[in-house]
Design a protein around this ligand. Structure first.
Ligand SMILES: Nc1ncnc2c1ncn2[C@@H]1O[C@H](COP(=O)(O)OP(=O)(O)OP(=O)(O)O)[C@@H](O)[C@H]1O
Ligand SMILES: [Mg+2]
Length: 240
């Protein structure tokens, strides 16, 4: 569905991505892991249209990719909520409510409920905890029914407990909508918990060094198997 071929991106002298190629299939979740500075956020910025200058070819359903032609849900590294708008206003931001108002309202309420943020709707982002901000950002991204959901280390600033809860809420919502997702993390445990496919990037400038199918995707808590699998990935990365 989304094909990235030989993508290279530079910021002046700095080479952020080098010859990066990836094929993203519809309805699948990809976890992308790589060390700090290897170009993960740069990749998402290219895909959501913030960075327009790059080499290589990107296509969507076999046509040249134009971020303005498709619906993209983007959860940036720092939530991306508007501080001067309430939780409710932030969540409704992607919508023109004149169209299918009732259907949309019903769906929005369901997402808000499943992410457990019903009671926070009249607060402002500054009045929320990190995990709550995160869930509001996820709600907004899901509700816009994106063709592709791009998430940049969404759980990284959360404590282990809150992160685990947020990941579970995300996955239960994903089961319902099956949104094509590219999930970025530098945490291998998170990559294994979320990703159907695990893509491992090299140090900067980033390119893919391994692509692994996750045998534990959607398998209920086999903690020991998960730890063994995480260990095998750590060995593969060769990160020091
Ligand atoms: N606006 C910019 N101007 C110049 N260099 C930049 C800019 N943004 C990123 N870089 C550089 O490009 C490289 C890739 O950055 P990027 O933010 O994509 O890394 P990352 O993999 O997301 O890292 P992290 O895990 O720390 O978030 C880094 O060397 C970074 O310093
Ligand atoms: Mg980043």
């Amino acid at each position: 569905m989304l094909t990235i071929e030989n993508l290279s991106v530079r910021y002046g002298e700095t080479e952020a991505l080098n010859d990066f190629s990836l094929n993203i299939r519809k309805g699948n979740i990809y976890s992308l892991i790589g060390p700090s500075g290897c170009g993960k956020s740069t990749l998402l910025k290219v895909l959501c249209g913030i960075i327009k200058s790059f080499e290589g070819k990107i296509s969507f359903n076999d046509k040249p990719f134009n971020p303005n032609d498709i619906k993209i849900g983007y959860v940036p590294q720092q939530y991306g909520l508007l501080d001067w708008k309430t939780v409710k206003e932030n969540i409704y931001l992607p919508f023109k409510l004149d169209k299918d108002k009732e259907v949309i309202e019903k769906e929005i309420k369901e997402v808000i409920k499943s992410l457990e943020i019903d009671d926070l709707q009249n607060r402002y982002p500054s009045q929320l905890s990190g995990g709550q901000n995160q869930r509001v950002a996820l709600a907004r991204a899901f509700i816009s029914r994106p063709d592709i959901l791009l998430m940049d280390e969404p759980f990284s600033s959360l404590d282990t407990f809150t992160s685990a809860i947020s990941q579970r809420l995300f996955l239960s919502l994903w089961q319902k909508y099956k949104v094509t997702t590219l999930f970025i993390t530098h945490n291998i445990h998170e990559a294994v918990s979320i990703g159907e496919h695990i893509i491992i990037m090299s140090k900067a400038p980033g390119k893919i060094i391994h692509e692994i199918e996750n045998p534990l995707f959607n398998v209920e808590e086999y903690e020991e198997d998960k730890l063994k699998f995480v260990a095998s990935i750590i060995q593969k990365t060769g990160y020091r």
